[in-house]
Design a protein around this ligand. Structure first.
Ligand code: PMV
Length: 328
């Protein structure tokens, strides 16, 4: 039996624009998905999922990859448990050079699902690591990131960037631009506070909406370019440890994301609650439409304000997690 864990992430800057080749800076946070893989003596896969915000459940399917169990739970949860785990196991078999193997897989996660915190990437990264170790093979973090990206790419119909999977595998703050992914060293302490509205945005739909705007209006395309410029400015602020400037740029980034239609009333409400509480900056994180905002605040004020904000279901501090995937 082998267990691995991998962190979720927030986007400091750059979601959506990263889809069009602009840079983005996701940061791993101390909220993890833990995946346990235990080899079975048949070729079936049994997945038990706990703590995934929604009620836990268990499914068994198997033999051939591509088949899906018929269970009555919301689609994102089934995909998290089957599509992503199926893909992770396929990658592990490929890495270990094994034609087939069955596993009992347990997923435990304290990352809200589909909320812009990279829950699926963390499950895939930890899943590949646990299953390959269970087969006696150890992969580098880079190779895990690459294989996890292939899985996300397939499950999300080619819409995914490398941001979530690379960040989850490597930990820390990272810079992603197309296929060029690297860790950013010596980042200052980033006092993240996360607010979660309990909703899920449909990433595919949101990405398609931005693409349509971008293809229709030159100024929407310019907005995407402006997000790229903002990220480049943010990288300098990160290098200089200028947290105040990072906050200002987060505010600006949220405005640009709102302009391309991916914010929502509850995300805006949480962003304004954070700003009014004295946060250095606040923005939505991830695909948007609902889910999470991230703010920067060294004090407890934003956390407290979010706890009392109508529509904010959960608020928590989230330290930068310098460690990516790891055996447990
Ligand atoms: O909501 P998340 O964490 O899956 O982030 C989506 C970020 C996008 O830039 C909109 C898409 C992507 O794959 O980068």
């Amino acid at each position: 039996m082998t267990t691995s864990s991998a962190p979720g992430k927030v986007y400091l800057f750059g979601e959506h624009a990263v889809v069009y080749g602009e840079p983005a800076v996701p940061c791993a946070i101390e909220r993890r998905a833990r995946v346990t893989a235990e080899r079975r003596d048949d070729e079936r896969v049994r997945v038990q999922a706990n703590d995934l915000t929604l009620d836990g459940f268990a499914v068994t399917w198997g033999g051939e990859t591509g088949t899906r169990p018929d269970v009555d739970v919301p689609r994102p949860l089934v995909e998290a448990a089957t599509g992503y785990i199926d893909g992770a196991i396929e990658q592990a078999l490929d890495a270990a050079g094994e034609p087939a193997a069955g596993f009992d897989v347990t997923v435990e996660s304290d990352i809200p699902l589909g909320a812009g915190l990279g829950s699926s990437a963390a499950v895939v990264v930890a899943g590949i690591d646990a299953a390959t170790r269970e087969l006696g093979v150890e992969l580098s973090s880079e190779s895990l990131a690459d294989r996890a990206y292939q899985v996300e790419h397939d499950v999300q119909d080619g819409q995914a960037s490398r941001a979530d999977t690379f960040c989850s595998a490597m930990g820390g703050a990272v810079r992603v631009r197309g296929d060029d992914c690297r860790r950013i060293e010596d980042v200052p302490t980033l006092p993240f506070v996360v607010g979660y509205d309990g909703n899920t945005g449909d990433t595919g739909e949101l990405v398609a909406g931005v693409r349509k705007l971008k293809d229709t209006y030159g100024f929407a395309a310019d907005t995407i370019g402006s997000i790229g410029d903002l990220v480049r400015t943010g990288e300098l602020a990160l290098r200089d440890g200028d947290i105040e400037e990072l906050g200002r740029l987060m505010d600006f980034n949220h405005g640009l994301l709102s302009a391309v239609g991916v914010s929502s009333r509850s995300l805006d409400t949480m962003v304004w609650a954070a700003r009014e509480a004295g946060a250095l900056g606040a923005k939505l994180t991830g695909a948007g439409g609902g889910g999470c905002i991230v703010a920067l605040d060294r004090t407890e004020q934003t956390h407290t304000a979010l706890e009392y904000t109508p529509g904010c279901e959960d608020a928590f501090r989230a330290e930068l997690d310098g460690e990516g995937v790891r055996p447990e």
